[in-house]
Design a protein. Structure first.
Length: 95
């Protein structure tokens, strides 16, 4: 994906895929960077907010994670999140 991004720096899908690959490798700082770029390019991408939220949670920023996951649900109210912070389940949904 890095080669695709180099040739097409505004390709949100390439950043999204690379960010997912980083996440799968536990590279959460890189995931946050790529998902932030996706959000810059495609501000209504609920999955990018979700994935950045997971990376934020994994890097010790639970409040920002909740903010991102809440934004994902604001974009699509049918998108419901269940996350655990310090062992407590938190359900995020819009009504």
């Amino acid at each position: 994906m890095t080669a695709v991004i180099k040739n097409a720096p505004n390709n949100a899908e390439a950043y999204f895929r690379r960010g997912n690959a980083y996440s799968n490798k536990g590279m959460y700082e890189e995931t946050k960077d790529d998902m932030s770029r996706v959000i810059d390019l495609d501000p209504d991408n609920k999955l990018a907010y979700n994935n950045r939220g997971v990376a934020l949670l994994c890097t010790g920023d639970p409040q920002s994670a909740i903010n991102d996951m809440t934004r994902a649900v604001e974009i699509d109210p049918q998108y419901v999140m269940l996350i655990r912070i310090e062992g407590w389940p938190i359900l995020i949904f819009m009504n």
